[in-house]
Ligand binder design. Sequence first.
Ligand SMILES: Nc1ncnc2c1ncn2[C@@H]1O[C@H](COP(=O)(O)OP(=O)(O)O)[C@@H](O)[C@H]1O
Ligand SMILES: O=P(O)(O)OC[C@H]1O[C@](O)(COP(=O)(O)O)[C@@H](O)[C@@H]1O
Ligand SMILES: [Mg+2]
Length: 447
Amino acid sequence: MTGATSIRKLPSLSGLHHRRNPLEDNPFFHPSDGFYITTSDVILAQVAYDLSAQSQSRVAYHRAGPRREIMYEPSAVKAAIVTCGGLCPGMNTVIRELVVGLWELYGVREIYGIPAGYRGFYSMEAVKLDPKAVHDWHKKGGTVLATSRGGFHLHNIVDAIQLNGFNQVYIIGGDGTMRGAVEIFKEITLRKLEVGITGIPKTVDNDVGIIDRSFGFQTAVEMAQQAISAAHVEAESAVNGIGLVKLMGRSTGHIALHATLSSRDVDCCLIPEMDFYLEGKGGLFEFLEKRLKERGHAVLVVAEGAGQEMIPRNESQKQERDESGNPVFLDVGVWFKSVLKDWWGREHPDELFTVKYIDPTYMIRAVPANATDNLYCTLLAHSAIHGVMAGYTGFVPGPINGNYAYIPLEEVALTKNKVNMSDHKWAWVRSVTNQPDFETNFKGQSL
Ligand SMILES: Nc1ncnc2c1ncn2[C@@H]1O[C@H](COP(=O)(O)OP(=O)(O)O)[C@@H](O)[C@H]1O
Ligand SMILES: O=P(O)(O)OC[C@H]1O[C@](O)(COP(=O)(O)O)[C@@H](O)[C@@H]1O
Ligand SMILES: [Mg+2]
């Protein structure tokens, strides 16, 4: 295979001195050949190539892991950890592993938790953390540090970082948080502060781009499946029963898609990436009518961001935003339940019909991480620590094709992981559910 490899450059702190990595003397590690990662170790963004193509350029990221030399004297490190945005299974595990990793791997003793998200930097007292304080946090859902939306005041935050003397900042959060972290990174660079900044990607929606998947996502999918199973039982046990499940997914339908694929009880999955329609040929009602006739029941899974533009709303509802500026949705499940009942009442006024609506929203994200996600959180936290200790800044650690890499923060903040409607996964959903191909049907209808 020919073609150039372009390695994504990582910012690094320039005013620090090289030091021997204390892992050299750590009784649990015996650094030998291949233990340390060098600057020429990279992870390719893409692993599948067409060998018959003439020449292909490749994108690569620096590989995550310990470096032979570090840039901080561990006794001079003052680290801050903050969690922002919505909850996600595993947040406490990441905090725990950052604390334990900094302490055990590098001998850092000054580690602080910032309470309640970005606003906590300038409005609340930081909490001192050590391995004893966090020892069982991985068993708890949520974030012990607390989180919040909004409250992003750049100068107040950077002033507080400076005033407290934090020289490493670990920011755990989703797409909004990453955009904020980019601003913090830029301001820190402008002020010429020797502060390492890393963003640890957290999102139950799995909407952060470039990385394979986000931590907590698998746990959330498992929980979502329980809701689908319950909806299936309810629907099967009724006459013309519809089990309706609303799942999280603000602008991406990954949870709904994965839960549908692994459940196989779902008759139709609706996600924000896809338009659909209710009435007429090829529409949802026609499909459900057929399903109820054939099977006596149907299960409908809808991501919270799907069909939002179809729900009637007043002017103030149109303008509503949460504290971070995210649009506030109307409940698509409540709306669906009512339009389904209206439709059936119109078409079959004398026949029994039941819609059982299950909204497990917060239940899927407020649980502790499962074993796989816990392990993932640990590797993520360790990757973050190794990168910051090595002097990198403005980066995000994350798995790419199964290997951990460092990605420039700005690149992550600009990328969104949406469901690709034209790849095999969505085709697989349609083949499993047999649901209508709304896009094609709609085109056919308007011909
Ligand atoms: N464009 C932005 N610039 C700076 N800060 C932002 C931006 N968008 C969101 N934030 C801040 O990031 C934090 C989390 O954002 P939010 O969208 O609520 O959650 P998430 O990070 O999980 O997507 C909030 O404190 C919010 O004020
Ligand atoms: O926590 P809130 O403010 O109720 O918001 C709920 C939203 O949070 C999420 O769970 C996660 O969103 P973020 O990753 O942006 O925090 C969305 O799925 C959902 O729309
Ligand atoms: Mg978000």
